[in-house]
Write a protein that binds this ligand. Structure first.
Ligand code: ZN
Length: 226
């Protein structure tokens, strides 16, 4: 695979990300995601189209080509493997690994990638619960609902927590709601922005009850709902 600049890789990753939730990836959505001006997005998208990594059509927005998508997923594999390695092998707290991985993802060699993967026993999820793409770059993005959408009486397991806000991760970690933790919803206030109260069913804080703030509950995704 040819080497691309970190800027090219960050754009491809952003196009992939925005494309997961929006039908059309517009230049303004990319400008917002990357915190740059729409004019610089337009310039970069032209460049990426010239490299055959994206197509850009007026009514369909920006779309990754097969080659562009492979690069995006390779960078995501690096990112999530590095986060897992920093957390599990080096003990870096889960709220600090994302910022480090944002840099390492661009420089990791294929050899180091393979060694990290083997040293960790081929992990399938990063410390925030997100799936790690396979070595053949298969990535199945789960469609887990947020905690904010659950009703009282429901039992579920924490699947994934958004990884890019360290304050949010410290808050959720302080409540013991790490991925894999089972809990029961004690009360929920779905039609206002009130908290969701949960009782933990396992983990270090098993039995504890916590009111989870609405914003946090919107960024905490759940699975195995019963
Ligand atoms: Zn991350």
């Amino acid at each position: 695979m040819p080497v691309h600049t970190p800027a090219v890789e960050d754009y491809l990753k952003a196009i992939y990300d925005v494309g997961r939730s929006e039908e059309n990836v517009t230049t303004s959505a990319l400008a917002e995601r990357l915190d740059v001006s729409p004019a610089s997005v337009t310039g970069m998208v032209k460049k990426l189209a010239g490299m055959k990594l994206v197509t850009h059509e007026r009514y369909y927005g920006v779309t990754l080509t097969t080659a562009g998508r492979r690069i995006a997923i390779e960078v995501i594999r690096h990112h999530r493997l590095v986060e897992t390695y920093l957390h599990e092998a080096l003990g870096v707290p889960w709220d600090q690994v994302h910022a480090e991985a944002e840099k390492w993802e661009h420089v990791l060699s294929e050899d180091l990638e393979a060694r990290m993967d083997a040293a960790l026993g081929h992990p399938t999820n990063d410390p925030h619960g997100a799936p790690i793409p396979t070595v053949t770059l298969e990535l199945v993005e789960p469609d887990w609902p947020p905690l904010a959408r659950l009703d009282a009486g429901v039992i579920a397991v924490v699947a994934e927590v958004s990884d890019d806000d360290p304050d949010l991760l410290r808050y959720i970690g302080g409540l013991g709601l790490y991925p894999g933790t089972g809990f029961e919803v004690i009360s929920a206030a779905p039609y206002n922005d009130g908290p969701v109260t949960v009782r933990l069913l396992d983990g270090e804080q098993s039995g504890a009850e916590h009111a989870v703030g609405h914003r946090a509950a919107a960024h905490l995704f759940v699975k195995d709902i019963a």
